[in-house]
Design a protein around this ligand. Structure first.
Ligand code: SF4
Ligand code: SF4
Length: 161
């Protein structure tokens, strides 16, 4: 997928964030912290690795689901990946078949906004993320990637036993 699509999607989100203020102050930017074993990263959307391959503050590494950007919790904000910009939301198909958003179940373990759902967010944020995802879905490869992303997120919704 062309990196231009990713740039358009990023632009659709612009400077919108989950809250009107810096939500990272609530949690110490929990979603940017590495795991206990020092590992951490975000999946890159199709075409996005090309935008980040020479960045000085993180590295792109292969992973089974998609290439992953591994950072140490600090980044150049204007260059951060789309996955960071949409968190704590995740794509889901609406009843009309179009992509929309819901709270990502994986946010429950770290994000203080997860329990309040979409109604706890600045309403401009879910709208902007939805628009960005629909831009990604304009390309068949982007649409297929969102389907795989949704399937992965749904795996985390299943009870462990
Ligand atoms: S974990 Fe949630 S509240 Fe904290 S910085 Fe990330 S999105 Fe904001
Ligand atoms: S790239 Fe930036 S926004 Fe994304 S996890 Fe790393 S530090 Fe956080």
């Amino acid at each position: 997928m062309l990196p231009e699509i990713i740039l358009r999607a990023r632009e659709a989100i612009g400077d919108k964030t989950p809250m009107c203020h810096d939500c990272g102050a609530l949690c110490g930017a929990a979603c940017c912290q590495p795991d206990a074993d020092g590992q951490g990263g975000v999946y890159l959307f199709p075409g996005e690795a090309a935008l980040l391959e020479n960045c000085a503050w993180a590295r792109v590494t292969p992973a089974p689901f998609a290439p992953m950007l591994v950072c140490d919790g600090m980044c150049e904000r204007a260059a951060r990946p789309l996955a960071c910009r949409i968190f704590p939301l995740t794509p889901v198909r609406g009843k009309n078949g179009k992509w929309t958003v819901r709270m990502d179940v994986r946010a429950r373990v770290m994000c203080p906004l997860a329990s309040s759902g979409l109604s706890g967010l600045d309403p401009a944020f879910p709208r902007a993320v939805r628009d960005a995802l629909r831009i990604v879905a304009e390309e068949p490869e982007g649409d297929a990637f969102l389907e795989r992303w949704l399937a992965l997120e749904e795996e985390y919704r299943k009870p462990l036993w």
